[in-house]
Design a protein around this ligand. Sequence first.
Ligand SMILES: [Zn+2]
Length: 76
Amino acid sequence: MGKAGALNLPLALAYATYLHCQNKNGEDACGTCSACSKSLKFIHPDTNFVFPLGNIKGDKDPDRFKAEILKSWRAF
Ligand SMILES: [Zn+2]
């Protein structure tokens, strides 16, 4: 966690993108390979986002609720 506007999350996402990149250029991810493309869309299967889901028990369709949360997260 960091202060609002801190670069903790962008740095973590950039590092995950670098780790998964299939064509690293030594200092950075290529930004164009399939792994980078997935990372930039927040859909790389090896990058997991973990955050609390407060009212999932009250939702009648937990899978739909999770899908909506993921949409909101990716938009964020
Ligand atoms: Zn790449």
